[in-house]
Structure formats: C-alpha cells, structure tokens
Design a protein around this ligand. Structure first.
Ligand code: GLU
Length: 462
C-alpha cells in the first residue's frame, strides 16, 4: 500500500508572506490534495526576537485569501518546547549528543586559527568524549555527535541524487543553545517526524540543512522523509527575486487588483509544467499536480504573464466570485443597479480589478470634471453642436445594438463619422475618452441619465 502523503508548509513568521513562500505552500498543498493526504501548517516561531504575531496573521490572511485550507489546526513551535526538550534529553541519555562547554572566546579563537589556515570554520569536537569536571560559570550548549567522514546522500525529488561530503558540510552542530532553546534543524526534524510528514517540499535555500537533518533523523531513529528542493524564483534579469522586480508580498497583489486564481496559476507554473497548458484552476491542479514534474530550474517571474492570467480570470469568473474580490477592495457591484451588466461591459479589457473599479466609478457617477487632454483634443464648437443634436434626438431607451443602429442613422443624417461623435460623447458621459463600447454605456445609463450628462457638458463647455 502506498504511504499516506503528509506535507506541510512551515514558515518562520518574520514578515509578510513572500510569493516564493506561497509557491512552496501551494506545491505542498496540491501534492497532499492530489493524493488524498494531509497538508499541515506549522508556524516556526521559536526565534522570539525575530517573530511576531502580526507576521503570523499575515500568513493566515494570505492563506485565506488564496483559499488554501490546511488539515487540523495550525501548529506553533513556540508551544512545543517541552517536546523538543524531551528529545534532546533522549539523545543525551543515549550518548548521541553531548554538552559542550566552550566559551565564546574559545570558539572565536578556534575560528581565527582555522581561517588563518584557510580551513572551513568548524567545531573541533573537543567535548565530544569529555569525561572530566565541566568548567565553572559556563552554561553548555548541546551538540549532536555527527558522522566525521564519508558522505551523506539522498534522492531529491527535483534534483535527483544529492551528495554531500561530511568534511565539507558537517561538524558536531548545536541542537540546543545555552539557554536550552532548540535550534532550527532540530525542531524541524522532531516536528516533521512526529507529525508524520512524508514529503518535504521547500526552497533550495534549505538544501545545505538537509544533510544535518538527515543526521538528526537517524540519531532519533525516525524515518527520513522524501525531499523536493525547489529552485528559487528569479527575475527576468536572472537575479534572485526581490522588491526590485516588483511586489513580493502576497497581499500586495490583492491590493493591486490581482485575483488569487491568477496568482496561484502564475506561481504553479514557475517551475512546474503540464504539457503546454497555461491555464489551471485550483480544482484541476488538485487532480493533476505531481512534484516529480517540477523542473530543476525555476522560470523567471514576469509581471506581464501574471497580468495576462489575471485578465483571463477577470473575463471568465462568475459575477459573484469577482464581486467578492471587488468587495475586498471596498467596491460592491451588487449594490449597483445592473451591476452584473456593468461588469460584463468592463471585464473584457481589464488587466486588474482596480481598472474595473475606476472605470465602473467613472460610468456610475456623473462626471464632476473632465479629462483636460481629452477636452482639448475632442471638445470644440463643432463637437458640442453635434452633442446637442444627439441629446435632442435621443428619445427612447434601447439595447446596445439598437443604440448602435440609432447612432448610425444619426451620423448619416448629420453627415459625420462615428469618430466625430464617439469621443465627445464618451467625455460627456464618463469624463474621459476611455470607456468601453459607447453603445453599452448608453444602454447601461439609460436615456434620461445620458441626456442629463450631455446637458451638463453643454452648459459647462458651451
Ligand atoms: N521555517 C523555515 C523557513 O521559513 C522552513 C523550514 C522548512 O521548510 O524545512 O524558511
């Protein structure tokens, strides 16, 4: 029988949730969901100085926005110190770990010596077999007895076989600091093992931790999980993704009017593919995602691609779904009469929800001012005259298509072209020369409102 897939996302709450972190979370989530397994969320908040409740909330908020659910309740490492203590004691009792009484000065001296000899700084094992009386006044750290030579090898689901030479990477590293607090590598191993995590998908910035963690799994007698190390996302210039390339905070994307559907679709493709397909819903991904198809190199972050996906989802999602996001941005189209009609009008060419909100507002609200450049270009004696005729002849409410026929007849009669009327009319109705199909706007606003707005511009500019 295949082992149950249990994955986890284990962020350290030091700030907002980075989009690289969201991609890691997504891959873990999808792998668990695809296999009917479990996806856990564990907050690694043992560094009390660097972690904050605010950052934890930011992570939870981002999960909620993206509709990523996790199994069970959120685990907090800060509440598990007793468990770590127990396992540290176990290793001490079994002689697999030991107290080290080296002072900071001694450690510094050792490091300088090694640096002078151009050696990698590492602990020299001087307390490994210490049997004497410990020096007074020193609170010891606890170190693991790590292998001293040979290789540590594992099969990475992304990178294939990964080999580390013990001499290059290991020493008897610290598992508990002098204040008794456990170190990162130790807590991760204990938690992953006790929580039954079968597969660890994480950024390859953790690759060098993996041999240390394998040493700990083995010392503790736990089964080593399968690892998948993801190549970091980089910008189009090949450099590691940073603020310089654009927003990195997940919630900043929400504020920019990006849909979570688009962001997740975008992130899943940064390092994973399924044929030539580009569009994936979360539901579909839950059926097809396989981390064994993650590529060794991540593709580059491209905001254009994200916008392209966003435009796709804006075009295709249901009114209720889009409106929920709009509400999250403080704008509710269900409170607007014919709001759904208006959304259909606007969604065809919007790249983000902010554009929709701005256009919707410019249509719903009678203009208080007019775009200066547009006025200069399109409003003059001739166009105002044409608007006046149009206002007079506008007689009854119609569908957009019928407004088009009506307008064509009007243009013929006055021997002018659509371009002579369309822009001045747009300015009159919405305040600027950019709006969706003018006939749809006429239908949405209705004859009475259109007449009122044309009269207003005639009065102000006439
Ligand atoms: N807490 C670690 C981090 O935020 C992740 C640990 C892991 O995935 O093993 O980088």
């Amino acid at each position: 029988m295949q082992k149950k897939i249990i994955t986890r996302f284990a962020p350290s709450p030091t700030g907002y949730l980075h989009i690289g972190g969201l991609r890691t979370a997504l891959y873990n989530y999808l792998y668990a969901r695809k296999n009917g397994g479990q996806f856990l969320l564990r907050i690694e908040d043992t560094d009390l100085k660097r972690n904050s409740e605010e950052a934890t909330q930011a992570i939870l908020q981002a999960f909620k926005w993206c509709d990523l659910d996790y199994d069970g309740s959120v685990e907090y490492q800060s509440r598990r110190f007793e468990i770590y203590k127990k396992y540290i004691q176990k290793l001490l009792d079994e002689g697999k770990a030991y107290y080290c009484y080296m002072s900071k000065d001694e450690l510094d001296a050792l490091r300088s010596e090694q640096e002078a000899r151009k050696q990698r700084p590492k602990y020299d094992g001087r307390y490994r077999d210490f049997k004497g009386t410990p020096p007074a006044g020193i609170e010891p750290v606890v170190r693991i007895k790590a292998p001293q030579n040979g290789e540590i090898t594992f099969q990475d689901g992304v990178k294939g076989e990964v080999k580390f030479k013990v001499e290059d990477i290991l020493d008897d590293f610290i598992i508990a600091r002098s204040d008794g607090s456990p170190t990162y590598n130790f807590t991760v191993v204990v938690d992953d093992a006790l929580m039954g995590v079968s597969d660890v998908i994480r950024g390859d910035d953790h690759l060098s931790n993996t041999p240390k963690q394998i040493v700990l799994y083995e010392a503790l007698g736990f089964e080593v999980p399968k690892f998948f190390h993801l190549a970091m996302i980089h910008g189009e210039d090949g450099k590691k993704l940073s603020k310089r390339h654009g927003a990195t905070d997940v919630m900043e994307y929400k504020a920019m009017g990006i849909l979570p559907e688009a962001l997740l679709n975008f992130l899943v493709r940064l390092g994973w593919s399924h044929g030539d397909d580009e569009i994936f819903s979360l539901e579909e991904l839950k059926k097809i995602f396989d981390p064994h198809h993650i590529s060794k190199s991540a593709s580059a972050y491209s905001f254009k691609k994200l916008e392209w996906l966003n435009a796709h989802y804006i075009k295709t999602l249901a009114f209720e779904r889009l409106n929920l996001e709009l509400k999250g941005l403080g704008f509710d189209l269900s409170a607007v009469s014919r709001g759904e009609f208006l959304l259909d009008l606007l969604r065809e060419r919007a790249k983000n929800l902010l554009e929709i909100i701005a256009s919707a507002k410019s249509i719903i609200n009678e203009p208080n001012s007019y775009d200066e450049n547009a006025v200069q270009k399109f409003i003059n004696e001739k166009s105002l005259k044409l608007l006046a005729f149009f206002e007079t002849e506008l007689n009854q409410q119609r569908k957009a298509k019928e407004f088009e026929d009506f307008t064509n007849e009007f243009l013929q009669k006055h021997e002018v072209k659509l371009k002579d009327l369309a822009q001045p009319l747009r300015i009159a109705l919405t305040g600027s020369a950019v709006s969706p199909s003018i006939f749809e706007v006429l239908e949405f606003l209705g004859v009475g409102e259109c007449k009122k707005r044309i009269q207003k511009i005639l009065k102000i500019k006439g």
